[in-house]
Design a protein around this ligand. Structure first.
Ligand SMILES: Cc1ncc(COP(=O)(O)O)c(C=O)c1O
Length: 339
């Protein structure tokens, strides 16, 4: 099929993400990706493009890295997919054993899913049900940073704050408590660093609503989709202390910041603390397959044991996909990542 035919059929049948489709159909000459190598994508007409956004921040080691490709190919020879309830496989076990200690000493359990949004969705449900399982039913609200982005499923969108994505969903998303973004400004009007002012405001809001709050969710160090708004580790350390004092869980969404992107394996540990729940996706699979995880501590996990209603009744068809587990071991191994 030649290039013109591919574009013609694409415009006839396909609905693209985050795309003004009328403009796309009438004006856009899309890149028709033929192959990829390293930092580059190649159009079927031979044009070479630098993949400057790393295919939506997923591709952390370059396209088609031979070690990742080998892991995928090898895995296809045995099992490509199987359900993950009442069954397990060697790739998941190897990955969990290797990954959890790299993330931090408090992390004890890993729950697999498919992408950043589902990793956040799992975190929301874990946090809420932790309080149900421990008999504190009123703790059901989530606190988010202004300008946050945590994904597009209804739960993940509810804890996000990018208005343009959510206007049409008014009334469908659940209500959250919003804090000022600590990265929005450099300094406050009085010359003090803005993140300190933002924290003082956060402290006031959280303390006065603590009876209802289940968790604070944040993108640690960098709010990516907000336009790379940065703030220092001190804010995260103070937030963890505030959460501990008020019996609130801290969720760090490391979907964008994780996997060494900010210098350490996870960004939030630069603050010297460990979150209660962490979301991983994007670079987690080297950017080659849809694959994600939510990790947590024994303190959270143990409350899900016992009576059947304490179970986390949640999962997706492709949870724990063996190809995903196999491919994501590779960056861990050859980048020799440490926290
Ligand atoms: C911090 C963060 N969380 C979650 C997501 C959602 O990830 P996905 O697009 O894989 O669902 C994104 C996507 O950009 C993100 O930046």
């Amino acid at each position: 099929m030649d290039r013109d035919k591919i574009v013609e059929l694409d415009k006839k049948y396909i609905w693209h993400p985050y795309t003004k489709m009328e403009q796309y159909i009438n004006e856009t000459n899309p890149v028709v990706v033929d192959r990829a190598e390293g930092f580059y994508l190649y159009d079927v007409d031979g044009t070479k493009y630098m993949d400057a956004n790393g295919s939506w921040w997923t591709n952390i080691v370059g396209h088609n890295h031979p070690r990742l490709m080998e892991a995928i190919v090898n895995r296809t020879k045995s099992v490509v997919h199987c359900s993950f309830a009442g069954a397990t496989h060697i790739e998941a076990v190897k990955l969990a054993e290797r990954l959890l200690p790299i993330c931090g000493k408090s992390f004890a359990k890993i729950f697999f899913s498919d992408d950043g949004s589902t990793a956040v969705e799992v975190a929301i449900r874990m946090a809420r049900q932790y309080f149900v399982n421990t008999g504190r039913l009123n703790k059901k609200r989530f606190v988010t940073l202004g300008k946050a982005f945590h994904g597009e499923t209804v739960g993940a969108a509810s804890v996000s704050g990018v208005e343009v994505f959510h206007n049409a969903m008014d009334g469908l998303l659940f209500d959250t408590i919003k804090l000022p973004s600590p990265g929005e400004y450099l300094n406050s009007d009085n010359g003090e660093p803005w993140y300190r002012t933002a924290f003082s405001k956060a402290e006031e809001i959280i303390k006065s609503n603590s009876d209802e709050i289940a968790a604070v969710i944040m993108e640690p160090l960098v709010q990516g989709a907000a336009g790379m708004l940065m703030y220092p580790p001190e804010y995260i350390r103070q937030m963890k202390e505030l959460c501990q004092e008020n019996d609130i869980l801290l969720i760090c969404d490391e979907v964008f910041t994780g996997y060494g992107r900010t210098g350490t394996f996870l960004a939030h540990t630069q603050s010297g603390i460990e979150a209660d729940i962490v979301c991983l996706a994007k670079g987690f699979s080297g950017g080659e397959l849809p694959f994600a995880a939510t990790i947590t501590t024994s303190r959270v996990f143990d409350t899900f044991l016992g009576e059947p209603e304490k179970t986390l009744w949640y999962g997706h068809s492709f949870t724990g996909n063996p190809l995903g587990c196999a491919v994501q071991m590779q960056p861990l191994t050859y980048l020799k990542m440490k926290n």
